[in-house]
Design a protein around this ligand. Structure first.
Ligand SMILES: Cc1cc2nc3c(=O)[nH]c(=O)nc-3n(C[C@H](O)[C@H](O)[C@H](O)COP(=O)(O)OP(=O)(O)OC[C@H]3O[C@@H](n4cnc5c(N)ncnc54)[C@H](O)[C@@H]3O)c2cc1C
Length: 403
């Protein structure tokens, strides 16, 4: 096997799988029911009940690399563990490994001051609060982040923030206490990549209005708490700026690399579980005198799904290895490749599984609709496919710059 797991990771994976069997899978129906009944403006009791159990078993903050706070795993070591968590929508938050908190914690860990870490990183690492990341705006094409129009203006010892954001995941969650906000401090800078900054904005600051939750394919809360948020003359101390004015892009690059690979690792787990569901269903389901599993079209799809998962996993492990060995910046092409390949792979496999389940596949009873929503949104979130493909093509063409 390429990329064999170390004994430490094998042991963590065994414990994680055991926890999933005891606590995650048996509580999924309750989780979906709570999300439906309580909606996006509430936390879900099942999550809060399970978090202390995961923490007590040492299955907590496994995502944090080279840190005194987490398990200190490399990306390559974390990959198979994150994949296990990705099998269920309930799991990542229970293990304090869910987006966008993980990315935000990494930003605080890397770029926050000691005071920021005390005030925000510690409670995030303890799972006491949640966070959001506000970059995307409804008024402009935000996949080109140089378009972003929100303003961050210095006024004495403060910055004043104005702007309208959407798809700010987590903002409706009552436990969401801190926002990492991206806006322009220097809109006239001739270097468009130096115009933006990131700043910490406590969610209880006057002038913040969480306008509405945004459904993802009709789902609120799970799989995502996307929200629209308006910031009007929001004042925060000047010390809240991260790394300094004009460094927003630099931070975004640092944040998005690990965030993207975690999404891909989780989606591989989701695709594996979906294939399992599909195989179980078609073996037990008889149509026109024989199990659906004996139709060659079903077998073709199952075989293709297995090939696609293995390809995606190898590509993701390769990206993890590159990030660990040459750094997130140099591993840009590898990260862009998995960000295109993995959500598309997952979408296709979930689509086949829905088909194999017949009309029931489109209900919420089998977890396939939520799975599809997750995979499909990840062809957009953290950058649409086209933008990543453009980047890959640019890297490729650069090789022929002298041709
Ligand atoms: C459920 C969900 C959760 C999200 N969570 C967050 C969050 O927490 N914080 C946050 O800030 N954002 C979040 N996002 C926003 C996400 O990152 C953006 O939707 C994404 O970056 C695309 O930006 P946009 O929506 O403005 O699309 P646009 O920039 O308007 O692009 C629209 C389309 O144009 C096409 N296009 C764009 N550029 C190119 C190109 N170069 N070549 C070819 N075609 C192109 C693509 O098809 C693209 O999908 C989330 C999105 C979703 C769906």
């Amino acid at each position: 096997m390429l990329f064999p797991m170390s004994p430490k990771v094998v042991e963590l994976k065994r414990r994680l799988e055991n926890f999933m069997d005891r606590h995650i899978y048996p509580n999924e129906v309750r989780f979906y029911r709570e999300a439906e009944e309580l909606g996006p403006w509430k936390g879900y009791p099942v999550v809060e009940e399970l978090k202390p159990l995961a923490r007590a078993e040492g299955l907590w903050n496994l995502f944090l690399p080279e840190s005194s706070h987490g398990a200190g795993l490399t990306n390559l070591e974390y990959a198979p563990l994150c994949e296990v968590m990705g099998r269920s929508h309930l799991a990542p938050e229970v293990f304090n490994c869910s987006a966008p908190d993980t990315g935000n914690m990494e930003v605080l860990e890397r770029y926050g001051t000691e005071a920021d870490k005390d005030r925000w990183l510690k409670p995030l690492l303890a799972g006491e609060i949640r966070s959001c990341f506000a970059m995307t705006e409804p008024a402009v094409a935000s996949s080109d982040a140089t378009n972003i129009e929100s303003s961050i203006v210095r006024d004495g010892d403060h910055y004043v923030i104005n702007g309208r954001k959407w798809y700010t995941t987590n903002a409706t969650d009552p436990r969401c206490k801190i926002c990492i906000f991206m806006g322009k401090t220097d809109p006239d800078n001739p270097d468009r990549h130096k115009q933006q900054s990131m700043i910490l904005v406590p969610m209880d600051t006057p002038g913040i209005e969480v306008k509405r939750p945004l459904p993802v394919f009709g789902f609120y809360g799970v799989p995502d708490r996307a929200s629209e948020v308006v910031f009007t003359n929001v004042r925060v101390p000047k010390e809240n700026i991260l790394l300094g004015e004009g460094r927003g892009f630099e931070i975004a690059q640092g944040r998005l690399g690990p965030g993207r690979i975690h999404h891909c690792m989780r989606l591989i787990g989701l695709a594996e579980r979906t294939l399992e569901k599909m195989c179980r269903r078609v073996r037990s389901w008889v149509a026109f005198g024989k199990p659906v599993s004996e139709q060659t079209v079903t077998q073709e799809r199952i075989a293709e799904a297995r090939i696609m998962i293995e390809q995606a996993r190898l590509l993701t492990l390769n990206a993890a290895y590159a990030m660990d060995t040459v750094g997130n910046k140099v591993a840009k092409a590898e990260i862009a490749m998995i960000k295109v390949a993995v959500p598309n792979m997952a979408c296709q496999i979930i689509d086949w599984a829905i088909q194999a389940h017949g009309g029931g596949g489109t209900s919420n009873d089998f977890g396939l609709t939520q799975a599809y929503a997750t995979a499909r949104l990840l062809r957009l979130a953290d950058g649409p496919d086209e933008v990543h493909r453009n980047q890959i093509a640019r890297f490729e063409l650069k090789k022929y710059s002298n041709a």
